[in-house]
Write a protein that binds this ligand. Structure first.
Ligand SMILES: [Zn+2]
Length: 128
């Protein structure tokens, strides 16, 4: 194996470790946030859904932070499918997902992470 290959592999491993650690930190933080604010917890597949939160405690209709979705209301399965894509994005990028998400643009219709998660399922665009 060449040195270049092993450096490449080490870099890839480092990125994976960062993403895994970042995902765990984000998930733990979001659960703590949800508990502090008295949210209701339930599991939906691999997502932890925290509802009944005050409106100021998250962004838009709901916010996915690590493996946790924060919202003030019950989210339907379609929206949760959308949020589950965000969970996978968090898994892939770890804490780097935060600057990457904002760099992709505040407008959800232009944001590649929202587009990947499906704009219709996320409620950003009406189904035709
Ligand atoms: Zn979304």
């Amino acid at each position: 194996m060449s040195l270049g290959l092993s450096i490449g592999r080490a870099a890839r491993d480092a990125v994976r470790v960062q993403a895994g650690a970042g995902f765990a930190v984000a998930t733990a933080g979001a659960k703590l946030w949800g508990r502090m604010l008295g949210g209701s917890f339930r599991k939906h597949g691999e997502l932890t859904v925290v509802s009944d939160l005050p409106k100021w405690a998250f962004g838009r209709g709901g916010t996915c932070v690590g493996g946790v979705v924060l919202s003030n209301r019950e989210l339907n399965d379609t929206v949760l499918e959308h949020e589950d894509v965000h969970r996978k994005q968090w898994r892939r990028y770890g804490l780097l997902f935060i600057p990457m998400y904002f760099a992709a643009g505040i407008d959800p219709l232009q944001n590649r992470f929202e587009i990947e998660a499906d704009l219709v399922k996320g409620g950003y665009v009406k189904a035709r």
